[in-house]
Design a protein around this ligand. Sequence first.
Ligand SMILES: [Zn+2]
Length: 387
Amino acid sequence: MSKHKPVPSNSRKARKYRGTECLNCGQPLDLSDIYCPYCSQLNSTKQLSFKDFFAEFAGSIVTYDSRLRYTLKDLLFSPGTITKRYAKGERLKYANPFRFFLSVSIIYFILQSLITTFTGESAFLNFNEKPNEKEVSSGKTGNNFKLYSNKADSLKVDSVLQKNEMPNQRQVDSILKEKISGVKKDTLETYEYISEKSLDTLSRGERLLKRFSLYNDFYEITKIKSPTVALDSLKHSNTGFNRWAYEKNNSLERIKENPTAFVLYLAQKTPFFLFFFTPIYAFFFWFLYSSKKYSYMEHTVFIFHIFSFVFLGMIISLLPDLLLGFQLFSSLLFILVGPFYFYKALRNFYRQNRFITIVKFVFLSNVFLLGAGLAAFFFFLATAAFY
Ligand SMILES: [Zn+2]
């Protein structure tokens, strides 16, 4: 006991307040136990005072604070070490790897969208360039209908739609007729009406493509936003899928109006994408390092630590990049610092010689670029479908 600091007699830790049973979990205790060995609660029967309550509250903050400090320090400055220690059993010292990864990535995107809101600029993609007005009016946007969808026309339709939420068939027809008669001949030829029946005769892929292009043409001419109204005047059946397909015109419009918001929307899904991609990626580590006695779960933790480092680096780069006006720091992170960190982490965690580590580094980097690229393509395509 001489190792411990002497405790004041009115302290909660004082010997006179100790019990023979833990008040929290019921574990039998010895009077010499300062803490319960089972649940780590203080062995004290002292009634709760204001001072004790406050001390306990402050203590929990300090504990959290020291965990965060250890995690940040080891994650930033000693690649691979944090995973090695975590795998060896130093768990309470560090923040939980999964929770930490999610927190760091979510904090990054909150900061990122704040910056986008206040500066109107996205730090990872510059979408400030508005489409060239000349190109739009000369019809170079790849869609001839742009020529005729001037403001006055769409306003007319809008006013009809506003007066009566569900315009009747006659109104829609007259708008259509008016529109189409005003369209040049060559433009009209590209608008090809396809009935539901003739769509059904096509192959699945072709049918999908034709349907989308028909709905898009129709939307560009009529500016009808409501899928139900549009499908009705196209004489297409009002199914959930058709409504969804037509609804995509509105999404496209929103993307055209504010591409930055769309990119941010997709980017914000990255943490969830990585969260689901990591278990697949970990399989390659498990395969490549089968001689090491690490479990599949420990490989997974390793990957989460690497991703956490990348997001931490991105958070750190935000401010300097914003001040510089271009992405110097985040570029350095992705081109130099990140790969170097990954290599060092592999060396420290798996302890293999330089040559073998470099070979595995190249292999794992390519697996990541290819695998994540492919998976991300489908993931973000599915995400975009719900925009
Ligand atoms: Zn206990």
